[in-house]
Design a protein around this ligand. Structure first.
Ligand code: HEC
Length: 185
């Protein structure tokens, strides 16, 4: 499998190419900030809803707030900011071909022992700056809704909203998915 090598080379080129390299570095930095904002807002909403009414209550929060926060940040920045995964809960979050390859690359890096909290990848594709950052699965609170064994009420609430839910069976440390940003150059 040659992909990891190709990706590593692309990152090196992105870093060392004199043409616009600094620009891409700067855009990667801005992307990291946007991801921090997205993750921070969502985690705040999630933890608040879990405290207020447990995971069944928090499912509604994820269902409504996750797309809402993504739209809010996308509009504010004028970029496309979203979450995606290889095992989807919401089919609206499906990866395109480029995102799928990067997600597969993240899984390979994780299997090779890389720190999943630091995995990111960016590249200029068809006149867009594209950035992805892996989202590791934490024991708490993630496994309550993404673990192998979820509470019966959580299970029923998830099946109700997401009849094709694939986002189960994760263990702490697995990559649950990624933040993904597309931005016109
Ligand atoms: C209270 C239940 C709940 C908890 C806890 C939870 N999630 Fe989710 N997760 C959801 C729901 C519901 C969705 C679908 C959101 C949507 O409709 O966009 C989702 C979607 C996602 C997605 C988007 C990709 C997809 O499958 O649609 C990612 C990535 C994700 N969750 C990661 C996490 C991580 C990481 C944690 C722990 C920090 C976590 N989740 C905790 C319920 C939960």
């Amino acid at each position: 499998m040659k992909l990891p090598y190709i990706f590593a080379t692309a990152v090196m080129l992105a870093s060392f190419n004199a043409n616009g390299a600094g620009n891409e570095e700067a855009m990667a930095g801005e992307s990291r900030m946007a991801v921090k904002e997205f993750f921070g807002s969502l985690k705040g909403e999630l933890v608040g809803a879990m405290k207020a009414g447990g995971p069944v209550n928090a499912i509604k929060t994820c269902n409504l707030k996750a797309p809402e926060i993504a739209h809010m940040i996308s509009n504010k920045k004028g970029w496309d900011v979203a979450r995606t995964s290889l095992k989807l809960r919401n089919p609206n979050n499906a990866p395109d071909a480029w995102e799928k390859r990067v997600l597969e690359y993240f899984d390979k890096r994780a299997a090779a022992g890389d720190d999943t909290a630091k995995l990111e990848f960016y590249q200029v594709v068809d006149g867009n700056f594209r950035y992805m950052k892996a989202i590791p699965t934490a024991q708490k609170p993630c496994l309550a809704c993404h673990g192998g064994k979820v509470d019966a009420k959580v299970d029923a609430a998830l099946q109700d909203l997401y009849p094709d839910d694939m986002a189960r069976g994760y263990k702490a440390g697995d990559i649950r998915g990624a933040f993904t940003i597309t931005r016109k150059m």
